[in-house]
Design a protein around this ligand. Structure first.
Ligand SMILES: *Cc1c(COP(=O)(O)O)cnc(C)c1O
Length: 821
């Protein structure tokens, strides 16, 4: 590895010549990025092979994390830090007259996910590598990531995210590891080719693998089109397209069941390829398949990979010749499942005939799993037909994926304490009663190396100056900052860093949209997918209310605020897209109204993703976590914002509750109805929103603004939002929580005025945020679910790579030298 600056510079210049036949002066930024990334790649290969070798040699159990989404973001900076050369190389680049930030910006975001689910998977992989845990990812190499969001006339426009148009230097095509995936019907046989991405450990020698599968036409089916009749050639081309469609696009829909056969085919493609390659590895490495569950753990991240369960059954029975009982014992001991949602409409289910037509053998196995499970239930609850029907894997013409995942796994977990309770008491109640020991909680986490060290180097440096750098290895050590919470000098420095980050964000916003925002204002941030349950609409209503009050009383004593939103809506989600339009409309009206625009501004930053989050989060003062209680399984942007010094305004939902427990009720602003209150006030069917609308004049005024023509937009533009709020089922309680939300915001102002109190709270939030590092989360999974242990990867090994050794160690070469030959 290049740990000498001059050597690095020479290598960099040489690499430009080798890759692009260009000199430093001639090369474009993109070409320079290539050279830099490819130098990182040079230092990965050896460690990667060493890691594989050690895992095989120690015969340790390994974990495979199956997920239909991975959202790693950019990898250059992370990889440079993890191999430990970042600062040195950045300096060397500077000396070459290059700006490292410019090169970094050349990398497209790997956006192979919709939001939290995929980002969680990425954080877990990073944490596992940092802890030296033998854990790998398994996903799909989508040609197109989540769509690119453009805002035109206030509306979301979706454009394809062609993130792979340039060669992706982080991936290694492994054609020799390809497997065949078989479907019923016209798809028949598809070749799954793995592309491996290195997941580099921090300050250790571990390199784990994220294996992404790409769908291709099997070689033996590749025909020479010119030799076919036009009709057959046409069919062949069609077939090629439908095969490649399997890894073409990520479904831009993170909540609703997508009734598309292609989605189901993608799910099977992923799990069949993944399970086959694990089985092949275990057989080769451990000499057989009977101990599979002792050598491999497979985790199902939400239900999309649940077909892995019948797929492993198929392989064990049809290919390996095991009987049902043996195969089932191995399967159930191998799999574990995380539930990510309690929204009934988001619980995945597939029509039986769709499954049957596409995957006839898999359906037979699912059917048999269901038969046997129902027989077991019948023995335990004789005559209780209702219970059995409610728990069946296939019922009323559908395959219920969550039921399949629960029945076929030895562990089922939720992602925050309250979410796990809701699973046990409500959504999966019958399964909990049937097998309580399967259920456990693993509160989500975030990788603090990505979400503090990397996104906020200013703050990280300051923390290290204050308490040393051990917190990077042991994030709860951030707790040592507590001692500085009241220290005026510390507070002033913290404030200066926040200001620096707010200036960076303000420049970004000004550069992109020409909107000037006041860095002395409170940066009030809500960034996440746009969804009714996340209630961006409630936030928008509050802005309308504040705008109204400021118009009525220009001297109203409020602290200036900048409302910052970012997030994508599913392309078919009409309500969510209207919310985007509303926010952009408010931005246009308010930002151009001289009567208020020195007090409030509204900004919607387009195309939310990991890289944008890395700019917004360090600049945030207030973190809006305002989902209806009982709807957000955990949330993770709440943790990222806390870690970067923002105060949470939050409902008692998901991990907000645990944030409150960690930091203390006086250091967060909780508001709104709790799950228990919602149930006692409204029952399970939701409240009639008209009660609030009719009885609360302030609510009525603000809701009427959407349709009364007083704001400058067509009166029917936002009618569906009005109807949702007033005539909807009231499920999301926007109006019920409105007053409490306003009161919470007044508290923010009061605290912000008291500078000492504010920076103390911010310090305490940062200091308690280490608890939410995904290092702890994956450690819990590793110990209690996967039962895997860290493997120390030594620098020097007797692996095949090390045996070859460096050229200088070659016998004879150094002693004699070429000159003597
Ligand atoms: C963290 C993160 C999310 C999850 O945000 P929530 O507020 O928990 O929904 C979604 N998208 C991106 C890009 C993220 O980094």
């Amino acid at each position: 590895m290049l740990t000498d600056k001059e050597q690095f510079k020479a290598a960099f210049v040489n690499r430009l010549l080798a890759l692009h036949r260009k000199t430093l002066e001639e090369a474009s930024l993109g070409e320079k990025y290539d050279a830099l990334a490819s130098l990182v790649r040079d230092s990965i290969g050896r460690r990667w092979v060493n890691t594989d070798y050690q895992y095989a040699k120690t015969a340790e159990k390994q974990l495979y994390y199956f997920s239909i989404e991975f959202l790693p973001g950019r990898l250059l900076d992370q990889n440079l830090r993890n191999i430990g050369v970042r600062d040195l190389w950045v300096e060397a680049l500077n000396e070459l007259g290059l700006d490292y930030g410019d090169l970094e910006n050349q990398e497209p975001d790997a956006g192979l996910g919709n939001g939290g689910l995929g980002r969680l998977a990425a954080c877990f992989l990073d944490s596992m590598a940092a802890l030296g845990l033998p854990g790998h990812g398994c996903g799909i190499r989508y040609q197109y990531g989540l769509f690119e969001q453009k805002i035109i006339d206030g509306n979301q426009i979706e454009q394809p995210d062609n993130w792979m148009k340039n060669f992706n230097l982080w991936e290694y095509r492994r054609e020799d590891k390809a497997v065949k995936v078989k479907f019923g019907g016209h798809l028949n046989t598809v070749l799954a080719v793995p592309y491996d991405l290195p997941i580099i450990g921090f300050a250790n020698n571990t390199v784990n693998t994220l294996r992404l599968w790409s769908a291709e036409l099997p070689r033996d089916l590749t025909v020479i089109l010119s030799s076919l009749t036009p009709d057959d050639a046409n069919k062949a081309v069609q077939h090629k397209y439908s095969v490649e469609a399997l890894s073409q696009i990520l479904y831009p829909d993170d909540r609703y069941q997508e009734g598309r056969t292609l989605r189901l085919a993608q799910e099977y493609f992923l799990v069949s390829a993944g399970v086959q390659s694990i089985v092949r590895y275990v057989k080769k490495t451990h000499g057989g398949i009977t101990h599979l569950a002792e050598k491999a753990a497979i985790h199902i991240n939400d239900t999309h990979p649940a077909l892995a369960i019948p797929e492993l059954m198929r392989i064990l029975m049809d290919d390996e010749g095991l009987g049902w009982e043996d195969a089932w014992r191995i399967t159930a001991n191998t799999f574990s499942y995380t539930n990510h949602t309690v929204m009934p409409e988001a619980l995945e289910k597939w029509p039986v005939d769709t499954v049957q037509n596409l995957l006839p053998r898999i359906y037979e196995i699912i059917h048999e799993i269901n038969e046997r499970f129902c027989r077991e239930l019948w023995k335990r609850y004789p005559g209780d037909w209702d219970r059995i029907a409610a728990m069946a894997v296939t019922a009323y013409g559908y395959v219920k994926m969550a039921h399949l995942a629960v029945v076929g796994s030895h562990s089922v977990n939720g992602v925050s304490k309250i979410h796990t309770e809701i699973l046990k008491q409500d959504v999966l109640k019958l399964f909990y009663q049937h097998a309580p020991s399967k259920f456990n909680n693993k509160t989500n986490g975030i990788n603090h190396r990505r979400w503090l060290v990397e996104d906020n180097p200013q703050l990280s440096r300051f923390i290290t100056e204050t308490i040393g750098d051990n917190w990077i290895f042991r994030p709860v050590d951030l707790g040592r900052l507590t001692a500085s919470a009241d220290n005026p000098e510390f507070q002033q420095k913290l404030k200066a860093i926040k200001r620096e980050r707010k200036i960076i964000l303000a420049r970004y916003i000004n550069g992109k949209y020409g909107v000037e925002i006041d860095v002395n204002s409170i940066f009030d941030v809500q960034i996440k997918r746009i969804h009714a349950y996340k209630r961006q609409l409630l936030n928008a209503l509050r802005i309308i209310d504040l705008y109204d009050r400021l118009k009525a009383n220009p001297d109203l004593d409020v602290i200036p605020r900048t409302f910052i939103f970012a997030g994508k809506a599913a392309p078919g989600y009409v309500l969510a897209k209207k919310v985007i339009k509303l926010i952009n409309t408010l931005a246009k009206v308010i930002n151009n109204d001289a009567a208020v625009n020195n007090k409030i501004k509204v900004v919607f930053i387009e195309n939310y993703g990991v890289s944008l989050a890395e700019i917004i989060i360090p600049a945030a003062d207030v973190s809006e976590q305002i989902s209806t209680a009982g709807t957000e399984a955990s949330g993770t942007s709440n943790m990222k914002l806390m870690m970067n010094g923002a105060l949470t305004v939050g409902t008692m939902d998901g991990a907000n509750i645990e944030i409150k427990e960690a930091v203390g009720i006086e250091n967060i602003i909780p508001f709104g109805l709790s799950v228990e209150e919602i149930i006692s006030v409204c029952g399970y069917s939701g409240c009639d929103p008209r009660t609030v609308y009719n009885n609360n004049p302030r609510v009525r005024q603000v809701v009427d603004r959407l349709v009364d023509g007083t704001l400058p937009f067509a009166a029917d533009e936002f009618h569906i939002l009005y109807d949702h709020l007033v005539y909807g089922d009231g499920h999301f309680m926007e109006l019920n929580d409105f007053d409490a939300f306003l009161a919470a915001q007044e508290k923010v102002d009061i605290l912000f005025r008291d500078e000492k109190a504010w920076w103390k709270i911010i310090t305490l939030n940062i200091s308690k945020s280490g608890l939410f590092s995904s290092d702890y989360t994956v450690n819990e999974y590793a110990r209690h679910i996967w039962r895997i242990r860290p493997v120390e990867i030594k620098d020097k090994l007797e692996s095949p790579v090390e045996k070859v050794g460096d050229a200088k160690d070659r016998p004879g070469l150094n002693n004699v030298g070429f000159g003597a030959l």
